[in-house]
Design a protein around this ligand. Structure first.
Ligand SMILES: [Zn+2]
Length: 157
């Protein structure tokens, strides 16, 4: 092997319990052939929806929801991504502790809401309205009162 950076994958096949890939590679410079094993080092995060179906955690979908809630609120892309990071980390930790090895879709919504509450009141209410499928003005009112209460608690503490 000459140390050139470019190698070409000649052949790929599943290895181990199907969670690894064995790749036959060839150096583009000197034609040296070698084998690598690649393993997924991150367990997929599984979400259990309210109807019981399971699906992989879709981070892009979550951040899109946060972005929509924050529209016109002067919240930076960095802030939205930071919430996405925090929520994903939190859910991974939760899934690890959970008997099912998964998290509920409700846990995602709550984790996002907790962070939006601190960040921006309007974004919080918008996200809550979508997440909780509010269909009555009284729900918004109740949520506002809750927000006031929580804000009062955090400012007095
Ligand atoms: Zn080489």
């Amino acid at each position: 092997m000459c140390g050139a950076e470019d190698t070409k994958v000649v052949d790929s096949r599943l290895a181990g319990a199907g969670d690894a890939v064995r790749r036959r590679r060839r150096c583009e410079e000197c034609s040296y052939r070698f084998t690598t094993f690649e393993r997924v080092d991150e367990v997929p995060l599984v979400v259990i929806k309210s109807d019981g179906t399971r699906q992989p955690f879709d981070r892009a979908k979550v951040t899109a929801g946060i972005r929509a809630a924050c529209k016109g609120r002067g919240v930076s892309t960095g802030d939205v991504e930071a919430i996405g990071d925090e929520v994903e980390d939190l859910l991974r930790a939760e899934a690890t502790r959970s008997e099912t090895g998964a998290v509920s879709s409700a846990a995602i919504g709550l984790a996002v809401l907790e962070r939006l509450r601190v960040l921006d009141d309007v974004a919080y209410l918008r996200f809550a309205s979508v997440y909780k499928n509010f269909d009555a003005a009284s729900d918004f009112h109740r949520e506002l009162e809750l927000l006031d209460k929580l804000s009062a608690e955090s400012s007095s503490g």
